[in-house]
Design a protein around this ligand. Structure first.
Ligand code: ATP
Length: 255
């Protein structure tokens, strides 16, 4: 569990002029952000905006093309992502990164940093549905249960920085409504910096401290989440832009 000490005020993650892409083609440019201990930052934006690319670069999975990313006080070295993991960074990819033939119990046992089970009990208290499924293999879990397990596995490692890509992908809004506050509460209680990539704008803003909206690989809006929640029109115009499909996309987001 993270100690509440003076390091809690230092950012656990910063990006300065982060530019990243694939095969020499820029997908996100000039992204600046910072996340403090205990703070939740949401990265929002439409499909193809560059959210996952940004997250992959922040996590050191994708090398940056230029700019600087600092994780837990050290520059990110994408050739050695395990070093960031050792320092307390956990990344939950959108495919959840689980092993279908292994049981819930086996995943939890592998993820535990200490032999005692107190941490596991504390994490599973946040996800009681999962606690009843310890002997089930992951392939037989629902999408929501798998996501609970992926988040639990990350939290068992006692992270100081947690990055979650599209947690809500394929999940019923009701499940997301339970899980996002659980992550936010743990972040606050334990001083974990959290970055969420989300498509559910309202739900994400409701649990975040700050948010930024990416569109076409650029940050087009950023601010405090509560202010952005009150100014949904600004968020929507940043999110959807002035495209011919804007109304259609907005309607599907609201549905
Ligand atoms: P979504 O919400 O649909 O997942 P996103 O905001 O996460 O979208 P990214 O996946 O970061 O967007 O994609 C940003 C841009 O980079 C898109 O134009 C996408 O086509 C491109 N891209 C993503 N992955 C690759 C890749 N492996 N190779 C080449 N281009 C890629």
């Amino acid at each position: 569990m993270a100690d509440a000490d003076s390091t809690d005020t230092a950012p656990v993650l910063t990006a300065e002029a982060l530019t990243a892409g694939y095969n020499g083609v820029v997908a996100v440019a000039d992204v600046n952000l910072s996340v403090a201990a205990g703070e939740v930052l949401s990265i929002l934006g439409p499909n193809g905006a560059g959210k996952t690319t940004t997250l992959l670069s922040l996590a050191g999975v994708l090398p940056t093309m230029s700019g600087q990313v600092t994780v837990l006080g050290r520059p990110v070295d994408s050739s050695r992502p395990y070093r960031m993991a050792r320092r307390g960074m956990r990344f939950v990819p959108d495919d959840r990164g689980l092993f279908p033939s292994m049981t819930v119990r086996e995943h939890l046992r592998l993820a535990r940093r200490r032999p005692d089970q107190r941490r596991e009990q504390a994490v599973l208290e946040r996800f009681p549905a999962l606690a009843k499924l310890r002997s089930r293999t992951v392939g037989l879990l629902s999408g929501g249960e798998q996501q609970m397990l992926a988040i639990s596995v990350a939290l068992l490692a006692e992270p100081r920085l947690l990055m979650v890509d599209e947690m809500s992908l394929g999940l019923a809004p009701m499940v997301v409504e339970q899980m996002l506050p659980a992550i936010r509460d743990l972040a606050r209680a334990e001083g974990i910096g959290v970055v969420l990539v989300e498509q559910h704008v309202g739900l994400a803003l409701a649990v975040s401290d700050r948010a930024l909206v990416l569109n076409h690989g650029r940050v087009v809006l950023e601010g405090k989440a509560d202010a952005l929640l009150r100014e949904r029109d600004r968020v929507e115009s940043a999110y959807f832009g002035a495209g011919e499909f804007a109304d259609e996309e907005r309607d599907s987001e609201r549905a």
